[in-house]
Design a protein around this ligand. Structure first.
Ligand SMILES: Cc1ncc(COP(=O)(O)O)c(C=O)c1O
Length: 421
């Protein structure tokens, strides 16, 4: 759906989505989440049916959103214990979960194994030892995916590039660190080596990195077979599929086709058995499903710019990305504004030089495609409560999936020592 169609949909449903709380509010569209999942699943069914999509819960851990994906048949990748709780709350069967993480505490791993999580990612040798000890103590035999790092060039924002030389994530393949962890996994009776994993990074706007990743990980799988005599069952290529913020991105079919073709070629070249393909998309499944609505409170002209100041700012959205910003009501976009939030720092500008109709206090502005990572990275800067979340249902109704915070919620965990009262 292009931006004009998204604006028209919001305009038509404006009264209903603003009925529970007014602004600021996040609106998620159920139909978008379902369509995103079905498109990716459809591409996999066409090109690599032996596959499972694990939604990266970090992209949006609201149990209402997760429940929609679960009802579509999606599985979930949960990063440590907090996300495990969110997925269980959303009704996922633990056997459909993949526990990832870095520096998970033994208690977190123990809980995951006790509730029945079967697949766990291992990112370093220390955590493998913790997992082995915990598996022995719980009498379970978890299936391990070894997170490899092929030290690739990753074309995205450096803070979300993960399979690079510089990152803290994964086990370097070239130097033998990844192989050492695979070897220890195979040597232990407490765990089973199920496969290899990598996550390139987020918002990967071209398909070539997926081909590079598949080639690297299958050569690693072939080395494991040659050195340890074990064939992997699972090839997990992580997430990273992009959302069109301000430019077109490859369709799901193109990414999946590239992965499928490369996997088939390299499996044949190394004489490996065909692995089950796991993918862990987050952003792509929910990014375009969420819109933040704010209201203009002040239009402020300086000698250098026109600011439209909203009732919500950069504390409510994940940074880096050029989100589309537009007025919900009809009108010719013949003026230019810097759309700012109300927070006490100069950088609290959601978007600069936005073409908008002439604005006045009370106009509703959409910051669109903010459905991934925003709820998780929203902060209490200036002790601002986080916005509530409503779900625009496919049947035309609207449900609340996160109640609004109050100023009291922001201070709820704070304590004042008795002698300072
Ligand atoms: C291990 C892992 N898998 C999947 C993802 C999801 O990435 P994206 O939302 O870009 O698809 C991430 C993101 O950080 C990740 O760290």
């Amino acid at each position: 759906m292009d931006i004009e169609a998204r604006r028209a949909r919001l305009r038509d449903r404006r009264a209903a989505v603003l009925e529970p709380f007014e602004t600021p509010v996040f609106v998620f569209f159920e139909e978008d989440i379902r369509a995103n999942y079905r498109t990716l699943r459809g591409a996999l069914d066409d090109h690599y049916p032996d596959s499972a999509i694990h939604f990266a819960v970090k992209a949006n851990y609201n149990p209402g959103v997760l429940s929609i994906l679960r009802s579509e048949g999606c599985r979930a990748e949960v990063y440590a214990s907090g996300e495990l709780s969110a997925a269980l709350e959303a009704g996922f069967d633990p056997s459909e979960l993949l526990l990832t993480g870095m520096n998970r505490r033994s208690a977190d791993v123990e809980r995951a194994l006790e509730v029945g999580v079967e697949h766990l990612l291992v990112d370093n040798a220390t955590e493998l030892e913790r997992l082995i000890d915990t598996a022995e103590a719980t009498g379970t035999t978890p299936k391990v995916l070894v997170r490899g790092n092929p030290a690739m060039e990753v074309p995205t924002h450096p803070e979300v590039a993960t399979a690079t030389r510089e990152t803290k994530f994964g086990l370097d393949i070239e130097s033998g660190r990844a192989m050492a962890v695979a070897e220890r996994t195979v040597a232990s009776d407490a765990v089973e080596l199920a496969g290899v994993q990598l996550h390139i990074g987020s918002q990967i706007r071209s398909v070539e990195p997926y081909a590079v990743a598949a080639r690297e990980m299958l050569s690693f799988a072939a080395e494991i077979r040659d050195d340890l005599g074990v064939e992997i069952d699972v090839l997990d290529l992580g997430g990273g599929f992009p959302v069109p913020y301000d430019e077109p991105v490859p369709p799901a079919t193109e990414i999946v086709e590239t992965i499928a073709t490369t996997v088939r070629e390299r499996v044949a070249a190394h004489a490996l058995s065909h692995p089950t393909l796991f993918l862990e998309p987050g952003r792509r499944l929910v990014g375009n499903a969420g819109t933040l609505l704010g209201t203009v409170g002040v239009v402020k002209e300086t000698p250098y710019a026109s600011f439209a100041v909203l009732d919500v700012g950069t504390n409510a959205v994940s940074s880096y990305w050029p989100y589309p910003v537009y007025a919900v009501a009809d009108g010719e976009p013949d003026r230019t504004y810097d759309v700012a939030g109300p927070l006490c720092y100069t950088g609290d500008v959601l978007s600069e030089d936005v073409a908008l109709p002439e604005l006045a206090a009370g106009d509703v502005i959409a910051i669109d495609r903010v459905g991934a990572y925003s709820l998780g990275s929203a902060s209490h800067t200036n002790a601002q409560p986080k916005p509530p979340v409503v779900l625009a249902r496919e049947d035309g109704g609207v449900d609340v999936i996160r109640r609004p915070e109050t100023p009291a919620d922001v201070l709820e965990k704070a304590e004042v020592p008795d002698d300072l009262r």
